[in-house]
Design a binder for this molecule. Structure first.
Ligand code: 3HC
Length: 293
């Protein structure tokens, strides 16, 4: 049972240019991952300030790598030279694969997929890094559902190795193969999974994160006590630290999707999660979430 006889996946569809849609934490990380691995990346945001923000975030990350002796100035220029930012989705017309990382809201994603279907060249792979929404629903609004696939990166994308590769009944085998090859080419660890809410990791992780908030609410345990205890088990972060990395708005959206899909009332978002989101305490990205940064 341990023998893996499967051959390494190959680039059934050649990939030279990668498109990324979005300018948030995940999108910035994903742009960085591809550019660092030598791909030309075209990324699209809703305004020049947001496009500039991606460049600033990546520059900061590369500068950190330089200060740690992992990159030199030439390497930094090479990476930045592979980036093209745009405010026009039409810029994605030549991309061999587009990875979308926009808001975790189905209606917003569907509007984008209709647009990608209109803009992208024939044979382009249309991928989404949705955390929990249905890939099949995104595929269904296009004229090319066989080209649509989930490519779920984890936060922080430049560091986390895992990518859940999510196929639907209609995803073409050569699209799945190419995406898995691409993951390996950028140093990631692809795991194939089916198109169910939360895929593998979030379906297990978010009930745990929600339960941590409930434990805090019900038992009066401090955030630090719970974080410390879980870290002492060997986890890199405690639940509240991790919620702040993921973003409390994203966590709430995932939690709501899981409930909608599985109807498990025990998974109702904890009150405090709804409160921090309502208060705009979204986590590290707003400098305050469960903790302050
Ligand atoms: N960009 C680029 N590199 C980064 C980075 C970032 N945002 N954050 C950290 N790094 C690099 C550092 O430069 C460092 O590299 P080096 O050791 O080679 O110099 C390395 O990562 C380790 O970073 P640090 O020493 O600063 O910090 P830690 O050792 O504490 O590691 C961490 C930070 C990797 C984020 C670690 O705390 C961790 O693994 N946390 C758990 C993250 C996790 O579980 N993410 C999944 C969340 S669920 C999700 O994303 C699903 C989605 O759908 C919501």
């Amino acid at each position: 049972p341990n023998a893996d006889t499967s051959a390494a996946p190959s680039f059934a569809r050649p990939i030279a240019t990668v498109g990324v849609v979005g300018t948030g934490t995940m999108a910035s990380g994903i742009v960085e991952v591809f550019a660092k691995s030598g791909y030309d990346v075209v990324y699209v945001g809703r305004g020049q300030d947001k496009v500039d923000g991606v460049l600033a975030r990546i520059t900061k990350s590369l500068d950190k790598a330089i200060s740690r002796g992992k990159l030199d100035e030439d390497g930094k220029s090479d990476v930045l030279g592979r980036l093209t930012g745009s405010t026009e989705r039409e810029a994605l017309g030549d991309a061999d694969i587009v990875v979308e990382a926009i808001a975790e809201d189905l209606d917003i994603k569907l509007e984008l997929f209709r647009d990608l279907d209109r803009i992208c060249k024939p044979g382009a792979i249309l991928a989404t890094t949705t955390s929990s929404l249905s890939i099949a629903q995104c595929a269904a609004v296009t004229s090319r559902p066989a080209d649509v696939i989930g490519m779920h990166f984890f936060n922080p994308a430049p560091v986390m190795k895992l990518v859940e590769v999510v196929t639907t009944d209609e995803t073409a085998a050569d699209v799945d193969e190419t995406v898995r090859a691409l993951c390996l080419a950028v140093g990631k660890h692809p795991v194939s999974c089916g198109d169910r809410a939360g895929f593998i990791v979030n379906a297990l992780l978010f009930p745990y994160l929600n339960d941590a908030i409930r434990l805090h609410e019900a038992e009066g345990l401090s955030l630090a006590e719970i974080d410390d205890a879980m870290k002492a088990t060997g986890l890199p972060m405690g639940p509240f630290e991790l919620l702040d990395v993921v973003g409390n708005d994203v966590s709430l959206a995932i939690q709501q999707t899981l409930i909608g899909a599985f109807g498990h009332q025990g998974w109702q978002p904890a009150r405090t999660l709804e409160k921090v989101v309502a208060d705009g305490k979204l986590g590290r990205k707003t400098k305050e979430g469960f903790h302050t940064y």
